[in-house]
Structures are given as C-alpha cells and as structure tokens.
Design a protein around this ligand. Structure first.
Ligand code: PLP
Length: 368
C-alpha cells in the first residue's frame, strides 16, 4: 500500500498523459507554451477567479504575491504556526516578520478570534492556510481584513477542489496560491504552482514579477524572479484535469468511509470541518494521544502514515531563533503537532485497503 499512489494514477490516465508530453516535445515550446495559457484559463474558471497566473511552485506563488504587495523589511504578515514551512518562509525571505496567530482547536485553521489582537501599524497582510483541504473561516477573516484595509492571501496549496459556502478555495480572498507538487490533490510531475486573483492590477504585476520584472523583453522595471510554470508541467496538468472532478467525488466517499469506520473507536479524533466547507482531503488527518507508538505499530502492519506536521513553525529552529518564541506561545498548534497522524489518501485507494487501514488503526490505538 502506498501513502499516495502516483503510479496507479499514471497507469489510469497513461494514454492522455503520454500524448500531452509528446506534443510538448514535438512543438518544443518549453517556456510559456500555449498549454500554460490554456491551463491558467481553465483553472481560473474552475475556481471562479478572473485570473490564473502559472508559477514554478506553490512557494514561488506565495512569494510573488507578497512581492507584488511590496512586503519587505519592517512589515508584518499574520499567519498560522501550524502549516508547511513554505507559508512563513515566503514572508521571512522578503525580510518581513511572520506574526503567528494560534489555530482553532477543531479545524486547525487560523483562529479569527485571535487575529485582531495581533494587528499592529506594521501589519501588511493576512495569510491563512486552508489546511488539509479544510478552508479557513474566510467570512470572519475577510471581514477583519476589510476593517483594517489589509489584503488577504489564501495559502490554497492543499485545497484546490475544496469549497466554502459554495465558492471554491482559491477564490475566497484577494489572492490565493496553489501548488501542483506531485502529492497534492492536482499534482504535476515536478514543481508547479498558480496564483488566482480577480484584481487586474495584481495580475499584471505578477506576470511582470514572474519574468525577472520585465515589462518588455530585456526591459526590467522592477526586481523579479524566474518564477514561470513549465509548459511540460502545464500539459501534464491539462491531461489530468478532466479526471479531477471524478477524483474529488471519490475522495469524498473515501473520507466518509474512513469516518464511518474509525468512529467505532472514541480514542480517535476525526477531522472536523466547518459545516459550510467541502474538503478535498488533501490529507486525511486524525488526532490521537500516543501518536508515535501508534505510527510505529501501523508501520509494522504495512500501513504507511505521515505526520503533518511534527513541529509547529514557532518551534522550528529557523523561526524560534528569529522570533524568540516558546512552545506555549501557541498551545493549540503545539498540541496538534503532538497528536496528528495522516492516513493513506488518494483517489486510487481501494475499499479493501481502507478497511485494512481502519482495522489496523483501531487495533494500534487500543493497544498503544
Ligand atoms: C505544499 C505546500 C506549499 C508549497 O508548495 P510547493 O509547490 O511545494 O512550493 C505551501 N504551503 C502549503 C500549506 C503546502 O502544503
């Protein structure tokens, strides 16, 4: 059993993917080929945003939006300490300060009730993460952002395909950043990402920043990056896209099946979402005490698991040294880091495999 079975997916879509790759090789337009523009249009339509701007990764997508907002030394950006490093890394790389705000104990997303106390005259943006596919509480967060005149960037690297109040993740705030890292719900065969926004001026700045700040060939108006999405990756994503809706439906059924089976054991805390959110379940993450012992037992039973994430960002050496945080500064995040365990989750996981996982998890939890 694989934690995420990329080979099973490739076997299922192989003719389309191979043909897409071959057509790029034959045309040899590896940079800014027509597939990039096509993908930007289709995905913008999918999420319900005016513009999609392809980037070389989710991290570069986050970075470019913050650059477009002129965020730099002396500025602060409010974000969650319970996420992948890239969220806060993008802020710190620009010389700005990531200001952590603790998460909600049930959904593990940024707690809107704690945001306003963290806003200072230096605050330049809010960066919530739709973690594991569960959207952050954007109604509450957008209201705070508006009240303070701040833009809001959704880290949607785990939530393409999720929705909130019937709107897709990616179109819930001023801008969003999506990742096509292979293990994400819509993954390419390397690194890739995209920004979505309905702000025309932001879209134009992002296109300039993505190509070394050039407005015309070899005319560089601002400092930019090499941040383009490869044509080859765009073509692979276009080949996978027609299957994405069906995969979303499968993932929902799989999440329901996990919940139904694991509910039998009251020592397991199931993923919780706000009722207005439909999750893509980029991770199916349970919470248990004795997590490390349970993970070891599952490995012995041939059940691969992962920990997203074992260390909250305020406790990561890079940030604890920079920001002088203590573990108890963000107690909800610190506790989540001790309890979370992600189970195998991908659209090609079979019922039998899921039943094996459910049985093994319950057994491991009861005996740990
Ligand atoms: C994967 C991920 C990123 C980074 O995406 P890359 O494409 O790997 O750069 C950023 N934030 C979150 C929450 C992620 O899960």
């Amino acid at each position: 059993m694989e934690f995420i079975d990329l080979q099973a997916q490739y076997r299922a879509y192989r003719p389309e993917i191979d043909a897409a790759i071959r057509s790029v090789l034959e045309a040899s337009r590896y940079i800014n080929g027509p597939q990039v523009i096509d993908l930007e249009k289709r995905l913008a339509e999918f999420v319900g945003s005016a513009h999609g701007i392809g980037f070389s990764s989710g991290t570069d997508s986050l970075l470019a939006v913050l650059m477009a907002w002129d965020i730099g030394p002396g500025d602060e950006v409010i974000t969650t300490p319970f996420t992948f490093i890239a969220t806060a890394e993008a802020i710190a790389l620009l010389g700005a300060k990531p200001v952590f705000v603790d998460i909600e104990p049930d959904t593990l997303t940024l707690d809107p009730a704690l945001i306003e106390a963290a806003i200072t005259p230096h605050t330049k943006a809010i960066l919530p993460v739709s973690l594991f596919g569960h959207c952050a509480d954007f109604d509450a967060i957008n209201a705070i952002a508006e009240r303070h005149g701040l833009p809001c960037l959704e880290d949607a690297c785990q939530s393409l395909g999720s929705s909130y109040h019937g709107r897709r993740s990616g179109a819930l705030s001023t801008a969003s950043a999506v990742s096509f890292f292979p293990s994400k719900p819509l993954g390419c065969y390397g690194d890739g990402g995209m920004v979505f926004t309905s702000d025309d001026a932001l879209m134009e700045r992002l296109r300039v920043l993505r190509e070394h700040g050039q407005t015309m060939r070899y005319h560089h108006a601002v400092l930019g990056i090499n941040g383009r999405l490869d044509t080859l990756q765009a073509a692979i994503l276009l080949a996978k896209l027609p299957h994405f809706e069906a995969e979303l439906a499968t993932r929902q059924q799989q999440a329901d099946h996990y919940c139904a089976g694991l509910r039998a054991c009251d020592m397991i805390r199931l993923p919780t979402m706000r009722s207005e959110c439909v999750s893509v379940f980029s991770q199916f993450t349970i919470r248990i005490s004795q997590r490390d012992a349970v993970q070891r037992r599952l490995a012995e039973e041939g059940v691969p698991t992962a920990i997203h994430y074992p260390i909250a960002l305020h406790q990561q050496p890079v940030f604890s040294a920079m920001l002088h945080h203590q573990e108890q500064d963000f107690p909800v995040a610190a506790q989540a880091a001790r309890e979370v365990l992600s189970l195998p989750m991908h659209a090609f996981l079979t019922r039998d495999q899921q039943d094996h996982v459910i049985e093994a998890v319950i057994k491991a939890v009861r005996s740990a």
